[in-house]
Ligand binder design. Sequence first.
Ligand code: HEM
Length: 149
Amino acid sequence: MTFILHLHLIAAISWIGGSIFLFVLGLTLRKKEDQRAVYPRIGPIYGYFEIAALSILLTTGIFMISEYGFIPDLFDLAIHNSVIDALRIKLWLVGVLSVLTVVHTIISFQTIHVEKTPLQKFFSRGGSLGIFLINFLILHYAMVLRDIL
Ligand code: HEM
């Protein structure tokens, strides 16, 4: 279990670090020509790196809650306590984050070599801002959980 928690932590650091780095890159790389030079090269590598990190987080997270025996309590909505409530909020946030990641990744891979339409820009930028902010909320609930367990 300690090994799985360490794996979960390394994946969390990679996932959050990657998303903060890309967010900063998006804010600082303003010139179109720079974006055209950088994104097609790092985009796919970043995409696969983040998909791997998120998959490890989901797998190790599900393993841990199953080892703790939390899965039946999670789905029994009559049960409320500090661990299960924090876990439920964390998992809702992880769900929203995963949907935003899928949307963002699909648009990014579709537009590696072509200009984004205004709608694609809206969903891609909105998604990346959402992922950036939700990460901090997930971290908060992860720490609440760890404090109790
Ligand atoms: C974006 C996704 C996720 C991130 C960034 C994340 C991050 C973290 C971090 C940083 C911790 C350690 C907190 C601390 O040491 O203070 C943690 C703990 C934990 N996470 Fe996640 N997590 C994610 C997804 C999940 C999922 C999907 C599950 C369950 C299905 C999960 C279950 C847990 C549990 C049970 C702990 C506490 C383990 C213990 O204290 O023994 N996490 N998470």
